[in-house]
Design a protein around this ligand. Structure first.
Ligand SMILES: [Zn+2]
Length: 238
């Protein structure tokens, strides 16, 4: 299934891949992070669920024109007014009309797939070797302000890590000795990202972030995330 969203003169298409029940829901917003999408599809083929992938020309950023001007934004920075303003400013330029168009898109995306009513969201991302890593969340590092606590697994690649908003997920993943950082939901800077958005809504959120060449590692991580949901959120009492 494909769902088109208009932003100015551009179209961003959400492609939905589903097997069995639409649970869990996995989302991918950066169109150049294809390893993560491939990993999610492998697990959905095996155990069911849905993956909603934004398609916008294969780039990380979305470009659109409006009233004869070109704008660009990061689709993972548009889920608050502060985020929309900052990403338009950083990636192109801000205007009130562009702000409104981006805000409308963000709202339509959330509403169309009823993401605010999900029990949990799995986000799929990739990074490049040496850029973002679990080390970025250590005290004193670049993203330390977002993190309440960090667990670093010596046996794992530092670029392959989980970013979670729920203490139960952190405890589970730390116990399995995976790289994981727990978002400080109260004090995290509002960058308009989905982790901040869902963190504030109290909807558990798991970002599975792996180096783009680590397909097998990311498949294993998605599988572990699904096991984690079954053993924590969806565990039936006896
Ligand atoms: Zn990404």
């Amino acid at each position: 299934m494909k769902v088109p969203f208009k932003i100015g003169h551009a179209v961003v298409t959400a492609e939905v891949f589903q097997r069995g029940k639409p649970m869990p829901t996995m989302i991918n917003v950066h169109d150049d992070e294809n390893t993560s999408v491939a990993a999610g599809k492998v697990i959905i083929e095996q155990s069911g669920g849905r993956l909603i992938e934004l398609s916008h020309g294969g780039h990380r950023l979305v470009t659109f024109s409006l009233d004869g001007r070109r704008y660009r934004f990061d689709p993972n920075r548009i889920f608050s007014d502060a985020g929309i303003r900052a990403t338009l400013d950083k990636q192109s330029t801000w205007s009130e009309a562009a702000h409104r168009a981006v805000k409308r898109f963000a709202a339509q995306y959330l509403e169309h797939f009823a993401l605010d009513r999900e029990p949990v969201i799995i986000a799929l991302h990739n990074n490049t070797n040496g850029a973002l890593s679990i080390g970025s969340y250590r005290p004193g590092s670049e993203h330390a302000a977002t993190a309440r606590v960090v667990h670093i697994a010596a046996a794992r690649g530092a670029d392959d890590f989980f970013y979670v908003t729920d203490q139960r997920f952190f405890d589970y993943l730390r116990q399995r000795d995976l790289n994981v950082t727990l978002q400080d939901n109260r004090n995290v800077p509002d960058d308009g990202s989905l982790s901040v958005y869902f963190g504030r809504k109290g909807i558990p959120y798991v970002n599975i972030e792996a180096e783009a060449t680590h397909l097998n590692a990311q498949i294993e991580m998605v599988r572990i995330a699904c096991e984690m949901l079954n053993e924590t959120l969806f565990a039936t009492g006896r």
